[in-house]
Design a protein around this ligand. Structure first.
Ligand code: DGL
Length: 268
């Protein structure tokens, strides 16, 4: 089991932020990644469709003899975990509880904001998880659907992005949040732009980093940490879209070496 890989899936390339965080914290672990680039985005789709897609994504990774399944996509994590846990024989973790836990640890005022796709925010998953911690008294949740395309366009520090962020975060700031959960794979890339827009003492919670910490703690709890010094990554996608390398590199922080395309719907 210790030799198994960590399976990570996302609706597309955004989940590479989670691969990056896992590689950094756990360099000895090998990761097999699946990005459902043919069917992205999940953020605007119905929960039923997101659950169906997630099950197919997970089925593919389970076939790769993984020891742990990580749902890197916030939208998929917000609706699919119960179904995935019933189906998978390996431990399954999403990004929501790890992100909420970190927010609960850092908030002082107890007023926490969360931004995410329409699907993630409508599911209420972050709100429910945050409120389960005693240190959180109020949650202000805001769907921010324009941010994914801006990040994919590479407009990370663009003035248009700053304007959009100002508009989206104004209600959160006026409600007095002291912590903001970045509830989407793409948002860690906006930390710099957000720091210009937010009042200084608002703490940003990167759910990718929190998830890597959660992965480490599951591996230790189950005693399934790899004893390798260097792990290997392998990457699978359901489509290789235009500008794939350029966009994927932005999330992973380095070039994606070799990527294999597989058929969606025949994920066996
Ligand atoms: N990966 C998705 C998430 O974290 C963002 C992209 C999408 O809408 O599929 O919610």
């Amino acid at each position: 089991m210790n030799k198994g890989k960590i399976g990570i899936f996302d609706s597309g390339v955004g989940g590479l932020t989670v691969v990056r965080a896992v590689n950094k914290l756990l360099p000895g672990e090998s990761v097999v990644y699946f990005g459902d680039t043919a069917r992205v985005p999940y953020g605007s789709k119905s929960p039923e469709t997101v659950i169906r897609f997630s099950m197919e994504d997970a089925e593919f990774l389970i076939g790769k003899e993984i020891k742990l399944l990580v749902v890197a996509c916030n939208t998929a994590s917000s609706v699919s975990l119960p179904a995935l846990r019933e189906f998978a024989e390996v431990p399954v973790t999403g990004v929501i509880i790890p992100g909420a836990r970190t927010a609960a640890e850092v908030t002082k005022s107890g007023v926490v904001g969360v931004i995410g796709t329409l699907g993630t925010i409508s599911s209420g998953a972050y709100q429910k998880s945050l409120k389960s911690f005693d240190s959180v008294s109020r949650v202000i949740a805001q769907p921010t659907p324009l941010l994914v395309p801006l990040v994919e366009e590479g407009w990370l520090d663009h003035r248009i992005t700053e304007m959009v962020l100002r508009e989206y975060t104004a209600p959160l700031i006026s409600e007095g949040i002291d912590t903001l959960v970045l509830g989407c794979t793409h948002y860690p890339l906006l930390k710099n732009a957000l720091s210009k827009v937010l009042v200084e003492d608002i703490r940003l919670v990167d759910s990718a980093e929190s998830t890597a910490v959660e992965v480490a703690s599951i591996l230790d709890r189950k005693d399934i940490r790899s004893d390798n010094i260097h792990g290997e990554n392998s990457f699978y996608v359901s489509d290789i879209p235009l500008k794939f390398q350029e966009i994927a590199q932005r999330f992973l922080g380095k070039a994606v070496p070799l990527v294999t395309q597989i058929e969606v719907g025949e994920l066996h």
